[in-house]
Design a protein around this ligand. Sequence first.
Ligand code: ARG
Length: 563
Amino acid sequence: MNDKQLVTQALAAVLDGALNETALANLLETPKQSEMGDLAFPAFSLAKTLRKAPQVIAAEIAERLSTVGFEKVVAVGPYVNFFLDKAATTTAVLSDILRQGSDYGTVAQTGENIAIDLSSPNIAKPFSIGHLRSTVIGDALAKIYQKIGYHPIKINHLGDWGKQFGMLIVAYQKYGDEAAVRQNPISELLKLYVRINAEAETDPTIDEAARDWFLKLETGDPEALALWQWFRDESLVEFDRIYTELGVEFDSMNGEAFYNDKMAEIIDILEAKHLLTLSEGATVVELEGFEHPALIKKSDGATLYITRDLAAALYRKRTYKFVKSLYVVGQEQSGHFKQLKAVLEKMDYDWSDDIEHVPFGLVTRAGKKLSTRKGNVILLEPTIHEAISRAQAQIDAKNPDLPNKAAVAHAVGVGAIKFYDLKNERLNGYDFNLEDMVSFEGETGPYVQYAHARIQSILRKADFQPAEVAGLDLSLKDAESWEIIKLLQTFSEFVARAARTFEPSVIAKYVINLAQAFNKYYAHTRILDDNADRPARLALSYATGVVLKESLRLLGVEAPSEM
Ligand code: ARG
């Protein structure tokens, strides 16, 4: 039982149903100063029902309430302040973590599936920083949901279909050089794409030819398909290198093209439900409250992004029987996902409510928007390598004799980029600054990793074995250890909140607080000194290490045991 439950139950017992336990739990506050107790209950909302002044109610509650589990319970004005029994709580929390290790806070499997659409870069284009955000946020959400008992299915909805492939084929046939594409697939294809688009501005026949080629692709023309397959394969080789660096894997790589043969059914369903109308030659679904209808089929019969997303949504529901289907995609696509949900609703799918766009904000550099056209781009692979070499330089300076330095530098460099992304509330964009990311000071990944490594080094020196302290009295009384215990005790609440709000930043902020609390403790306490408290101090260090590492794992960040 955690503190909140302890307080809620004690309150419920004296209030005779004046408020239910959920309502009570929601009213509880954490006092700003710890001298005011660990939790406080404001009595205002009871004044009306009980027809008494809040101060009187608070005093009565404090008097009648059972103090089992509390050091004391006192009324201060309209508040009832609860002081937890530190010794008992500390022993209980530490024992739990010693026993459960990284399973601490894990919820038993419910067997329910949650589909997560993440990463989803576009073939033949560079992997953008937006796709990095989607990859990192989506991967963290998958881990967080798994921790609370769901089965995540990570789907990389590759952008591998659409008229742009018609453009690319036209460009390749005009100017393409096979060897150059083989050598540098994405940058070469991008060059072709940019060149043909510029040309199309003055030459309308290019657009026509592109449309023709895309239609050929949609109808299975072998020449078109062979080229498309080749562009796709080459691009995936590059993307896979990035995924390997990031340590991210997918359960499905079914991109837009996968739905090519599944769109006829969507059109049939829409037709049977009389949802399709013609508008300027195109087939659309009219949507109330939207500026534009949903464009399902162009006048030449070609399908669109949303058509493929409709097919994908239905396929996912049938295949995975999801209880929730997330789309981790930039905020700029909000309109698209609103339309997607609205069309599914019109199709009478009650599960359209379970479709959830998880948007995120833009990344800038030096305060400026990134733009491929203006040359303000962040190329991901070189950036990752740069982060790793900066991490390596810091490790060389701090700990030149560290074994397996390269692996640690990799964990720190990649972790730094991920952590920086995740600590920002996802709707807030951020400025991409490698130096800040890789710094060992401040609210960074390396800072948290370092706190974890420091703990492991203490534990190594003490040759600490969790089994040796199990069953001992682990109570500690100092203020610094109490701050840590309160954080450790509420770990699962933070995980649940991160899941509920689709916000890995909740865990990133939590783990920063935990690392800071430990560093403060470390500055005040000589953990290794021979002293009656030594076993409890080591247990506290160990438990903090477990939760730091597990929190980082939920964010997709490694925790080296030495750095
Ligand atoms: N490929 C798209 C883009 O880069 C993102 C796809 C997101 N997923 C989806 N099901 N629409 O903009």
